[in-house]
Design a protein around this ligand. Structure first.
Ligand SMILES: [Zn+2]
Length: 80
């Protein structure tokens, strides 16, 4: 039988609970970032007029903006 005090038992349980909460929180943040990245993967923002549109075809790095009709270079969206 392991001899321990009540204070050590409380600290040990607190460390386990907080560690589990940290792991769950990190997993949720990771899943949220992954979901956001997959949602905005095909979005393109026009640098000329600011129009946001979807372009699922990832063939070209330059696409035509449906808002203003100009050629737009595909760039990664920044998180705000
Ligand atoms: Zn445009």
């Amino acid at each position: 039988m392991i001899q321990t005090s009540l204070a050590n038992l409380i600290v040990f349980n607190l460390v386990i609970v907080l560690g589990a909460l940290a792991v769950i929180w990190a997993g949720k943040v990771w899943a949220e970032r992954r979901r956001e990245r997959s949602r905005t993967r095909h979005q393109v923002v026009c640098a000329v007029c600011g129009h946001v549109f979807e372009d699922a075809a990832r063939r070209d790095t330059v696409v035509t903006c449906p808002g203003c009709g100009r050629l737009v270079e595909r760039q990664a969206l920044m998180d705000l």
